[in-house]
Structures are given as C-alpha cells and as structure tokens.
Write a protein that binds this ligand. Structure first.
Ligand SMILES: *Cc1c(COP(=O)(O)O)cnc(C)c1O
Length: 228
C-alpha cells in the first residue's frame, strides 16, 4: 500500500467517525492499531495526524519501540501477563486491558517503583465472553472500587471488545449498554476513579461505536488492510 492510500484511509475513517457521532457526542479519537506491522509502515501515519497507536503484545512492542518511541503515544490494548508488566510500564501511555485485581496490583507496584502513575482502563466483557477476558458488566463497579485505592494506577475509563458478529442489532445493544454503564459509573463518582474514556469499536464496527458515544476507537485492518 502506498503512503497516499494509507492517509486516504485515515481521512475516510475520520470523516465516518464524525458523521456517525452526528453531533450527539464528540467524534472519538482514532487509535491506529499497529500490531503485526513494521515501523516503516507505521511512521507515515504521523503525517495523517495520528498521535496514538495500539499494540497488543509486549514482545513485539519492545522490538518496535526504538523506532516508534518519541513519534507516538503507545497504548497497550491486549491481554497482559503480570510478569511482563515491568517490561513496558515506562514505555506506554495507557494500559487499556486491566481486568483483574492481581494485574492492577502489579501495574500499581511497578509504576509506583518507577515513580509514575499509570493511566489504565478497566476492560469489560459486554457479551460475557469469559474466555476473551474482561469483567462482567454487573461486576464492573465493584472491581473499580477494589482498584481505586491503588495509587500507582489512575483509572480513566472503560474498554470493551465486542463479539465478532455481523448482527448489528446485537452490536447496537452491546455498545449502548457500555455507554450506559460508563455514564452510570461516572454519576456514581467512585473516589479515585475518573470516567473520561470509553474505548470501543474496531474495524468492523467503529461507526456503531461512534454512534453510541465511544471516546476512542481502536482501528487496525481498516487502515492497514487485512492481517496476513
Ligand atoms: C487487533 C485489535 C484491535 C483492532 O482490530 P481491527 O479489527 O484490525 O481493527 C482492536 N482492539 C484490540 C484489543 C485488538 O487486539
């Protein structure tokens, strides 16, 4: 793909996000998901105004970091093993996939040791797909109360991965349920918790996510093409 095509795709996605949010909500921030793609394909995104990228594997992130650091803010969006936290805690701007107390505690202690407070999102499982990770919707508030006192992390919102489906009615319900949960928790005002970011929507469903008030969408293949 040429650099020009890449930039055209980013522009088109931005236009679609603005249209879909339709003045009801601000258009969500576009996070380019760069997993599996080499730095030379990622760096041109800067010219398209992309400031934030998402990676899902620690090993791959570490390999690409020397070429990417300084050019983008990096979000960790995939499942994170506790024993890998130390390797990335100084290099990412946010960990979006926090779904257990032990993981939250590990990030807290590694961040505190590094003298920082790590922004995190609590990952919720909107369809209750336990094998994919994420906290069930009905346990989210309790989970947030548990991790709120950890001063090495700063909870800034919620993240969700939707089931792979073409059933747009189901997706409508799940995205709207996430927005409701987000607003409910924001109104609940849990001490130490900020509810500012709602990260949901990927290549197949970012328009629906924008319509339901996502503040960030994580888009990979719609920018780079299908992964091989
Ligand atoms: C890969 C990935 C994405 C992006 O997926 P696409 O369908 O390529 O847009 C978003 N979120 C997470 C957690 C991912 O692992």
């Amino acid at each position: 793909m040429t650099e020009e095509e890449l930039l055209e795709r980013v522009d088109r996605i931005r236009r679609e996000l603005a249209e879909a949010s339709d003045g009801r909500y601000p258009a969500p921030k576009l996070i380019a998901v760069t997993k599996t793609h080499p730095p030379e394909m990622i760096l041109p995104l800067k010219a398209a105004g992309i400031t934030d990228i998402g990676e899902n594997r620690v090993q791959e992130l570490r390999e690409k970091l020397p070429q990417l650091a300084g050019s983008f803010r990096i979000h960790l969006i995939g499942r994170l093993q506790r024993n890998k936290v130390r390797q990335i805690v100084q290099d990412v701007c946010m960990i979006q996939s926090v779904d257990s107390l032990p993981l939250a505690e590990e990030i807290h202690s590694r961040a505190a040791a590094a003298g920082i407070r790590m922004p995190v999102l609590a990952e919720v499982s909107p369809a209750g797909e336990a094998q994919k990770g994420g906290i069930p919707i009905r346990e989210t508030e309790q989970f947030l109360r548990q991790i709120a006192p950890l001063e090495g992390i700063q909870v800034q919102g919620l993240m969700a991965v939707m089931p792979l489906t073409e059933d747009t009615d189901l997706l409508d319900r799940l995205f709207s349920g996430m927005r409701e949960l987000f607003e409910h928790i924001r109104e609940t005002d849990i001490p130490g918790i900020r509810m500012e970011e709602l990260s949901m929507g990927m290549s197949g469903d970012y328009r629906i996510a924008a319509r339901h008030g996502a503040t960030m969408v994580r888009v990979g293949s719609a920018i780079f093409g299908p992964r091989g």
